[in-house]
Design a protein around this ligand. Structure first.
Ligand SMILES: [Zn+2]
Length: 338
């Protein structure tokens, strides 16, 4: 039996076709049409429909590069099912190099959106209707925000066995069994029963090679897991991710200038000194103390802090040695030897 075409944004993509086109969003006040670019690969054979999207936060550009490189891969030609890639969801924010929409809203708090709400809410609704509701699986690509960088990690709702399977297959060193955020794409997608992963790695407006490679490999591993393609054995990940069921932020004890004493991915113990905050003369000084044992999965890179600013993000783990081994295995797989 011949597979049916898929129609997105009024464009028909037939079985065996690959198309790149634009979905109309709204006009700019210059009379210019604003559109979301999208690539659809509609396989000849039946299979899952996977969306991969990036830059819901317009300054989180690393996922755009992950998708660009992914779409260059030869073995996408023979996929089973359908791949829908949306490298820039928040086109307005991307152009302005900012997290937000032009109406200063965070798109990732407005899903599933409404027809009659703000521009941001209407964009969310359009995205859900035209793309997400036609999918069976999804991966949403993000980075740290606001001068923070993240260790490659998957955030997922592990109560769902299918989601858990995909999260493990992705092969990032850490899975955070994270609570869902109201209005987030991840929440809206889960609500309509579609397993979805959120990949967090790196920082805004920058590329980080390890995060990009780990992202591409992770997506391919998920595609293999849901039988859209077969991976060569040597590209299969050897990482068994660490699963954290909770995490905590360590905050600056005083306002001042921060000196970090540890790196992303390092294992730390409760009460360990992670950094020092001092005034410009070094007179007034206080240590930043770990509130829990675990791995540093996020870190502030801007050394200027106010009291209470979130400085280190710790994923909580009991076993320090297991955590250390996993991070080392990940580094060996992805970091070039020096
Ligand atoms: Zn984000």
């Amino acid at each position: 039996m011949i597979r049916k075409s898929i129609i997105i944004g009024g464009v028909e993509i037939r079985p065996g076709e690959r198309k790149t086109f634009d979905i109309a969003v709204a006009r700019l006040y210059t009379h210019t049409d604003m559109t979301i670019p999208i690539t659809v690969i509609h396989g000849v054979e039946e299979g899952p429909t996977l969306f991969i999207c990036a830059a819901i936060h317009g300054d989180e550009i690393q996922g755009v590069e992950i998708i660009r490189r992914l779409l260059k891969l030869e073995n996408l030609k023979n996929i089973k099912g359908t791949l829908i890639a949306i490298p820039v969801v928040n086109v307005f924010g991307f152009i302005n190099q900012t997290r937000y929409s032009p109406d200063r809203r965070d798109l990732n708090r407005f899903f599933p959106g409404t027809d009659s709400g703000s521009l941001t809410s209407q964009l969310a609704k359009l995205f859900m209707e035209e793309i997400i509701e036609k999918c069976t699986h999804g991966i949403d690509l993000h980075t740290g925000s606001n001068h923070r960088t993240n260790l490659p990690q998957i955030r997922a709702y592990l109560d769902d066995p299918e989601t858990e399977k995909l999260a493990k297959a992705f092969g990032a060193p850490v899975i955070l069994d994270a609570n869902l955020l109201g209005g987030s794409l991840r929440q809206a997608v889960k609500d309509i029963g579609i397993p979805v992963l959120l990949y967090e790695a790196g920082e805004v407006l920058r590329f980080d090679e390890v995060s990009i490679q780990a992202g591409i490999n992770g997506i391919l591993a998920v595609m293999s897991e849901i039988k859209m393609m077969q991976l060569d054995q040597h590209t299969e990940s050897t990482i068994t991710p660490l699963i954290a069921h909770s995490s905590t932020w360590v905050r600056a004890p005083i306002s001042g200038i921060l000196r970090n004493k540890i790196e992303l991915g390092q294992s730390v113990s409760e009460n360990e000194i992670l950094g020092v905050v001092s005034d410009p003369f070094g007179d007034d000084e206080e240590n930043v103390i770990a509130g829990a044992s675990g791995i540093i999965i996020g870190q502030l890179k801007l050394p200027l802090v106010y009291k209470g600013d979130a400085v280190f993000h710790i994923a909580k783990f009991d076993s320090k040695s297991a955590a250390k081994n996993t991070i080392e295995a990940f580094r060996q797989e992805f970091e070039p030897e020096t």
